[in-house]
Design a protein around this ligand. Structure first.
Ligand code: SF4
Length: 71
């Protein structure tokens, strides 16, 4: 496990999303600095490009990934 490769440009990691969930710090630890392959934003970015990651998608929302990727 290592730092997510999208960390520098990621709105979630850089606190540029509209809402900041109370769990943000924990998500950063578990996903951004942990296992980014389990992050919903990472999955969408890898599949269809970072520009297509919804602004309101948080790392734990993996249940939305399938629908986003299939458009
Ligand atoms: S939110 Fe996901 S895509 Fe963004 S830096 Fe963290 S692990 Fe990477």
């Amino acid at each position: 496990m290592s730092e997510c490769k999208m960390l520098e440009a990621c709105p979630f990691f850089n606190d540029r999303m509209a809402d900041k969930p109370g769990m943000a710090q924990l998500y950063k630890k578990n996903y951004c600095m942990g296992d980014s392959t389990q992050c919903a934003r990472y999955m969408v970015a890898e599949a269809i490009g970072p520009e297509n990651v919804p602004a309101d998608l948080y790392p734990n929302m993996i249940q939305r990934v399938g629908a986003i990727i299939s458009g």
